[in-house]
Design a protein around this ligand. Structure first.
Ligand SMILES: [Zn+2]
Length: 431
């Protein structure tokens, strides 16, 4: 349960502004705003979505700072009345719509603060998302840092050991000696390197950022959407409450995110498939285990090849800017040379003072500040289909009788589920 998640974290006082009032735009205003947003999405080259707890409230998972949020009620000594377990929650319309918009090419990347695993369970591929605060359905190795999808929500938070060996096999068949731990960040933990690097680079590339269901109070996640401004792009915020960056936004929509995504996908003519368990890797693993079958381990580690691809795009972008800077410098030189020539005659015309363009100064300094010092360079490409001997697999099985009935997969004949190459569309096959 998400309350258990909150209770599992260390005590922390500075939780930001809590329980601010919610606003709702009137219907005519909403239509106009979403039409405008659709036009901006069509015109943009690199749309990045930033998601917070507000996109999962319709799944029954409470947010943190809303009027009925976990932290808001905690301050009053209360707990949320609606609070489904992570295992029983299912991806919302918004999760499915975002996955469809990635597939249709309208958006390039999602940066999420959510730990509920619903983006993963919507069928999103790993190269399309950064999970900056962790994922309840992922275990991570303390030694090799690889991440593995679990069939059920992990029982702990705060990166505690789970009592499981890392399933990774090195070339030659020797097992990794690391132990698995949950990958949910506590307040003082560093953000995961690869997720942060990908979020940072995509935000640098973005010319339209859309924040959904977040008050943008947690850093660095809350500040990344503003990067789009530096590219001459736009910042859009969809949230019921005021956010930290409302004043900097080009467009603010006060409406439930599901309603916004319904109208938006309709205008963009993008079909949003309903959630089904057969696109959900956690359900496939769980189902296999329940049937006494041996699931392959599904690696959820961000691939080095994904990072390299985005790095190359960032290099091109910076190269373009460097080229623009050089062009401007040359123009200034030419101007000064012409001015020198004109002043070389006998007339005593004072030389005009050289003024530095604000843009020239800004670009250099901002880019320097964008770099993160804690980037780890991994050199080993990751294999996504490591098979693990059955005796080493210990996956928790829920005893909820309704779950199987509600989330039943087509019955596999003899074998297991496989996650295909991470670079192709994430796809689960029943062999
Ligand atoms: Zn390992």
């Amino acid at each position: 349960m998400s309350c258990n998640y909150a209770e599992g974290l260390s005590p922390y006082e500075h939780k930001g502004k809590l329980g601010l009032p919610e606003f709702f735009d009137d219907p005519s205003t909403v239509d106009e705003k979403i039409e405008k947003l659709a036009e901006w999405i069509k015109a943009a080259k690199h749309v990045v979505i930033h998601t917070g707890a507000g996109i999962s409230t319709s799944a029954g998972i409470p947010d943190f700072r809303g009027p009925n949020g976990v932290w808001t009620l905690e301050e009053k000594g209360e707990k949320p009345k609606t609070n489904i377990s992570f295992d029983l929650a299912a991806p919302t319309f918004t999760h499915m719509a975002l996955s469809a918009l990635i597939d249709s090419g309208h958006i390039k990347y999602i940066v999420s603060q959510n730990i509920d695993g619903l983006h993963l369970r919507s069928g999103l591929k790993r190269s399309s998302i950064s999970e900056l605060h962790g994922n309840m359905f992922v275990a991570q190795c303390s030694y090799c840092d690889r991440q593995f999808i679990q069939g059920s929500a992990v029982p702990t938070v705060g990166q505690k050991e789970m009592g499981l060996n890392c399933p990774w096999m090195k070339a030659g068949g020797r097992p990794c000696r690391g132990k698995l731990h949950d990958n949910i960040l506590d307040w003082e933990h560093n953000l995961p390197d690869r997720d942060l690097e990908m979020a940072d680079m995509h935000s640098t590339l973005s010319d339209l950022s859309i924040s959904l269901g977040t008050t943008l109070q947690i850093v660095p996640a809350g500040n990344l959407p503003l990067r789009a401004k530096r590219n001459g792009g736009k910042v859009v915020i969809v949230n019921l409450q005021q956010t930290k960056h409302h004043k900097k936004a080009d467009l603010v929509i006060h409406l439930q995110v599901d309603k916004v995504l319904q109208k938006l996908t309709s205008i963009l003519d993008v079909r949003v498939p309903p959630y089904t368990p057969d696109i959900d890797p956690t359900r496939v693993i769980k189902r296999c285990v329940e049937m006494g079958l041996n699931p392959k381990i599904l690696d959820w580690t961000i691939a080095v090849s994904s990072i390299k691809k985005v790095k190359a795009l960032v290099a091109v972008k910076k190269g373009d800017k460097a080229g623009d800077d050089k062009k401007r410098r040359n123009q200034r030189k030419r101007r000064r040379a012409e001015e020198d020539d004109s002043s070389s005659d006998e007339s005593e015309i004072p030389k005009p003072k050289f003024t530095v363009n604000d843009n020239d100064v800004g670009i250099g300094s901002i880019q320097k500040g964008q770099r993160h010092s804690n980037i780890i360079d991994y050199n080993v490409p990751l294999d996504l289909t490591t098979v693990v001997p059955k005796e080493r697999i210990k996956t928790e099985v829920l005893d909820d009788a309704n779950l199987e009935q509600n989330l039943c997969l087509p019955t596999p004949s003899t074998s297991i589920a496989t996650l295909k190459d991470e670079e192709s569309k994430q796809k689960l096959e029943i062999l």
